[in-house]
Design a protein. Structure first.
Length: 132
């Protein structure tokens, strides 16, 4: 694993709701490995990026700008989560600091409002993520 994992702001939500479904075998393995690394060392530093991140590396949609990876769609999600967590592009944070902040702020209703147009939520794959 890299010393610093890059992460898009909206992927903070996705790391909480990830259940092993993904676009292809390579992408699934990448996500599973990254999330395992973050769980094994929650103090792992992550660098905020508003572009493709460590989680996008094996995604067949990242370069094609289609599906749930539509550039405008993900940029809008990133903006919402960036503002919600009060984080800045290019800054480095311990993952557990951001995760704690997210879990203290996010509710099921906020999650569904922010992600209402996301295919993963529409398919029901993460709808129960922020139920308390």
């Amino acid at each position: 694993m890299p010393k610093i994992i890059s992460i898009r702001p909206h992927h903070m939500l996705c790391t909480e709701g990830y259940k092993g479904f993904n676009y292809n075998k390579e992408s699934k393995l990448n996500w599973t490995n990254l999330i395992s690394a973050l769980k094994e060392d929650p103090t792992q530093n992550v660098k905020i990026t508003l572009n493709e991140d460590s989680f996008c590396l094996e995604c067949q949609n990242s370069a094609t700008n289609k599906g749930t990876c539509d550039k405008n769609f993900v940029q809008n999600l990133d903006k919402k989560i960036k503002e919600l967590l009060n984080i800045e592009d290019g800054e480095i944070y311990p993952f557990n600091t951001l995760r704690t902040k997210l879990l203290n702020i996010m509710t099921k209703e906020k999650h569904h409002g922010i992600c209402k147009d996301c295919g993963w939520l529409k398919w029901g794959l993460c709808k129960d993520t922020f139920e308390k």
